[in-house]
Design a binder for this molecule. Sequence first.
Ligand SMILES: CC(C)(COP(=O)(O)OP(=O)(O)OC[C@H]1O[C@@H](n2cnc3c(N)ncnc32)[C@H](O[C@H]2O[C@H](COP(=O)(O)OP(=O)(O)OP(=O)(O)O)[C@@H](O)[C@H]2O)[C@@H]1O)[C@@H](O)C(=O)NCCC(=O)NCCS
Ligand SMILES: Nc1ncnc2[nH]cnc12
Length: 290
Amino acid sequence: MMSHVACLPLPKRCEWLADLAVDALIEEANLSPKPGLVDRRGSGAHRDLDLPLMQASALSLWETFRSMAEAAHEHVDLDSTLRETLGALGRQGERTMLATTAGVNTHRGAIWALGLLVAAAACSPRLDPTRIAERAAHIARIPDRGVPPAAASHGQSVCARFGVDGAREQAQQGFPAVIEHGLPVLNASRAGGHAEHHARLDALLAIMTQLSDTCVLHRGGLHALRQTQAGARAVLDAGGSASFAGRRALQRLDDTLLALNASPGGAADLLAATLLLDGLQFMPADIRSE
Ligand SMILES: CC(C)(COP(=O)(O)OP(=O)(O)OC[C@H]1O[C@@H](n2cnc3c(N)ncnc32)[C@H](O[C@H]2O[C@H](COP(=O)(O)OP(=O)(O)OP(=O)(O)O)[C@@H](O)[C@H]2O)[C@@H]1O)[C@@H](O)C(=O)NCCC(=O)NCCS
Ligand SMILES: Nc1ncnc2[nH]cnc12
């Protein structure tokens, strides 16, 4: 069993983490131009989503993230009690999201990924991204006996149909799409002198090159997933979103995804997870040492 330091009540840290998670979701939604996704330009490949709805959904989840952070530092061990508490809070968060959006699934994958990361960061003495992702993976690997019987999700059906890993495995493996692709490309693009929004777009594209995104698979099958991954690779190979050739390739990818009715919603969630882990370095010193 992985243990962690005994934690004193840390309300400021939990609130700060909830702020960070909501900010990451809003910044992901606002980032433009994202291929196939909702952004400042419009609804992408979606008919039932738009930017105000994504923003309202993100804001509605603040209390969910704060409660998850509090649950994590009230428990001494990363054990099944914590896992099942987080599962119940996650399902309550999904209900809050659906009440806010009148039934539209805006952030199910994000509640899962960011919820685990917020919980992992709530009571960790060390805040480096790899360490936090490993702690989140540890929690995600613990079975949740509180899962109610339900019809198979989109993710479960396409994972079974195509034999790929989905959101659950991405978390259980320690968020490799974020740790090995999103964060390194975010930092390399910044180091290359690119503007922050280009660095974030490049991070999204790096995630898209690798991810078996069940949103893309559900809507467009393996053909759409291959087009998504190859199109994202083409933008990065052309010099990234800040370059002239990269922008043209990004436009072509957007056109392709719209024609396929495909949307990389899983990659968007993992960009938000990347921004959350990146933002941990800015935790104020008084909260860090609380
Ligand atoms: C373990 C869960 C994540 C459930 O996973 P599962 O795969 O069974 O369920 P899905 O309902 O399909 O949700 C998974 C969502 O995760 C995102 N995602 C997709 N691929 C990946 C990936 N490879 N890695 C990481 N994340 C991924 C994605 O979320 C985004 O897409 C959502 C819209 O999806 P969908 O409804 O299919 O969309 P549309 O195509 O628009 O639908 P139609 O219009 O066609 O009808 C959107 O929400 C984005 O967020 C996947 O959808 C977990 O959710 C779970 O067990 N929850 C229970 C409670 C719990 O434990 N909570 C957390 C405690 S910390
Ligand atoms: N910007 C976005 N557009 C569509 N689906 C998403 N899921 C998470 N972020 C999204």
